[in-house]
Design a protein around this ligand. Structure first.
Ligand code: FES
Length: 174
């Protein structure tokens, strides 16, 4: 998969740092690390990562100065949060402003038609999950899509169709 540097917008074969970690850190900072911002921060984390990886909960607890048990308790109490990856392969389409004005809705429609899924759904065989996010922190390469935790910028309906095909062609997810 071609990696795109959010900073330069140039394609390269080097690994791209995951901008979602920066987005999550920025969200906590924006809330001034207030403990009462926990639900909002969890929403942001799930939007960015597709689900609440257990490895995300401990740093959130630490930064918001909350007991890990409380963070875990809130994450499991609300049905809107998921602690499990929904599908073997995951695709997150950014619907934030920069991506939206650069054709994100068309990308989402293309993926929904190709997979017969709606955003937020997982295929019956649990092979593929499709979701959306408000901003992936890669506005410079909008429209951006994350396939199996790898950011792809400057996407078109053709490139997302190709990436979907690669994703489902039997290549194991990372
Ligand atoms: S709006 Fe899509 S990456 Fe920021």
């Amino acid at each position: 998969m071609t990696h795109v540097s959010p900073a330069s917008g140039e394609s390269s074969s080097a690994l791209t740092p995951d901008p979602r970690q920066r987005q999550l850190a920025a969200a906590m900072k924006r809330h001034q690390y207030r403990p009462d911002a926990l639900i909002e921060v969890l929403h942001t984390a799930q939007e960015l990562f597709g689900y609440l990886e257990p490895e995300l909960l401990l740093p959130i607890a630490h930064r918001l100065r909350l007991p890990p048990s409380q963070v875990y308790g809130v994450a499991t109490f609300y049905h809107v949060f998921s602690l499990e990856p929904k599908g073997v392969h995951r695709c997150v389409v950014c619907m934030g402003t920069a991506c939206f004005i650069n054709g994100a809705a068309q990308l989402l429609r293309t993926l929904e038609r190709a997979t017969h899924l709606q955003a937020g759904e997982t295929s019956g065989d649990r092979q593929f999950s499709l979701s959306t996010a408000r901003c992936l922190g890669a506005c410079g390469v909008a429209p951006a899509v994350v396939f199996d935790d790898q950011l792809a910028g400057h996407q078109t309906p053709e490139t997302v169709r190709d990436r979907l095909h690669t994703c489902l062609s039997g290549t194991p997810a990372p």
